[in-house]
Design a protein around this ligand. Structure first.
Ligand code: ZN
Length: 373
């Protein structure tokens, strides 16, 4: 915001109608100034900029006259939010503050637009970076998990998926002594079906569908491809931190070896789905898988997300979980009790709001006196 103010108020006119500001400071300060310019370009405040290096700690930034147009900001933001897969309604909700921006203060719409942009950037980019680190650690730990190094790499990059029991015989996990008895890594047998799964995965990662979720999950387990599908999903999330399909498969499959880690993916997937504007019955597989990993995981999601907080929504959650895990599953029972608790508190609120409460109390008191009498 300071950068926008500086550009608007402190920039000078150059010879060809271009404007410039001079900035001095440490390498980090200069970089963060330039980073802010990039963000301002993203919302359409600036069309472009160039840098002139005056000295090591001194730069001159050139740009055309900045443009404050709410319509441009809105168009740019809508395109960006669509790209990160927010639903139409969710996008309109997020753009609302920009529409209400003050007309008197030219910097107000800029600030509102930047906030909308950065909120979504942090929601998606930051978890993605964490994911990359986590996966690097996982790869480093393949030895502890006795997972062939090539299984990891082939799962991510090949057009066919190696089965869970694949051993290349030519890496430090398969052959810790490094005295290889085979002349090269063994190639996994080529089968048509794993290729078909790869094709369907890449569609599924881009387009969430409940049926495909259930189908791919059971296909992966039945064909002994759980490891490969899980690794591929995790790798996909490194690049696309908004893919519901990747969240789901990574979470469900990871959860079988490490419930807490799996639940983490499923929780992040659930919040992302709600942000994208999906309804409770569209995210049934997420809720059921969370329940399968432990009722406490489902419970914490229900309590953490306001869109899942109402009686109607919680009852829907119960129905989704019950349909998949059975009515006597602990997670289904927990969802049912959280729904009843909510119903009770909604009723109490209604009774208080409607002012029936004092009347009820007086009836109760009269009853008590008459009983005593
Ligand atoms: Zn190996």
């Amino acid at each position: 915001m300071e950068v926008a103010g500086k550009i608007l108020h402190d920039s000078q006119e150059g010879p060809d109608g271009q404007r410039f500001v001079e900035v001095g400071g440490s390498e980090a300060e200069l970089n963060s100034f330039e980073y802010a310019l990039v963000r301002l370009m993203q919302i359409g405040f600036l069309e472009a900029y160039t840098v002139e290096y005056l000295s090591q700690r001194h730069r001159r930034f050139w740009f055309p006259r900045p443009k404050i147009s709410r319509r441009t900001f809105e168009e740019r933001l809508r395109a960006f939010l669509t790209e990160t897969r927010l639903g139409v309604e969710a996008i309109e909700r997020r753009l609302e503050p920009l529409r209400r921006a003050s007309a008197g203060n030219p910097l107000d719409p800029v600030e509102k637009a930047l906030r909308i942009l950065l909120d979504r950037v942090y929601e998606t980019v930051y978890p993605m970076r964490i994911q990359m680190l986590r996966n690097l650690i996982e790869y480093a730990l393949s030895k502890e998990r006795n997972r062939c190094r090539r299984l990891v790499l082939r799962s991510i990059f090949d057009d066919q998926l190696p089965p869970d029991d694949y051993r290349c015989g030519f890496c430090d996990v398969c052959e810790p002594s490094l005295a290889f008895s085979v002349p090269g890594a063994l190639v996994p047998p080529r089968e048509a079906e794993p290729e078909e799964i790869v094709r369907r995965l890449s569609t599924f990662f881009q387009d969430w569908s409940e049926e495909e979720a259930d189908l791919l999950l059971s296909a992966a387990s039945e064909r002994g491809l759980s490891q490969a599908v899980m690794l591929r999903s995790e790798y996909y999330l490194e690049r696309e931190g908004t893919s519901l399909g990747a969240f789901f498969l990574a979470g469900a499959l990871k959860g079988r070896e490490d419930p807490a880690q799996g639940a983490l993916y499923l929780k992040r997937g659930t919040s992302e789905a709600l942000k994208q504007g999906l309804s409770v019955d569209e995210i049934g597989p997420f809720l059921a898988e969370l329940g399968r990993l432990g009722p406490e995981h489902l419970g914490s999601v229900l309590l953490a997300h306001p869109p899942l907080g109402g009686y109607r929504e919680r009852k829907q959650v119960y129905e989704e979980v019950e349909r998949r895990l059975g009515y006597d599953d602990p997670a289904a029972r927990l969802a049912a009790s959280l729904a009843s608790v909510k119903l009770l508190s909604e009723l109490t609120e209604w009774v208080e709001q409607e002012g029936v409460f004092p009347q009820l109390r007086s009836i109760k008191e009269r009853l008590e006196t008459s009983l005593q009498g």
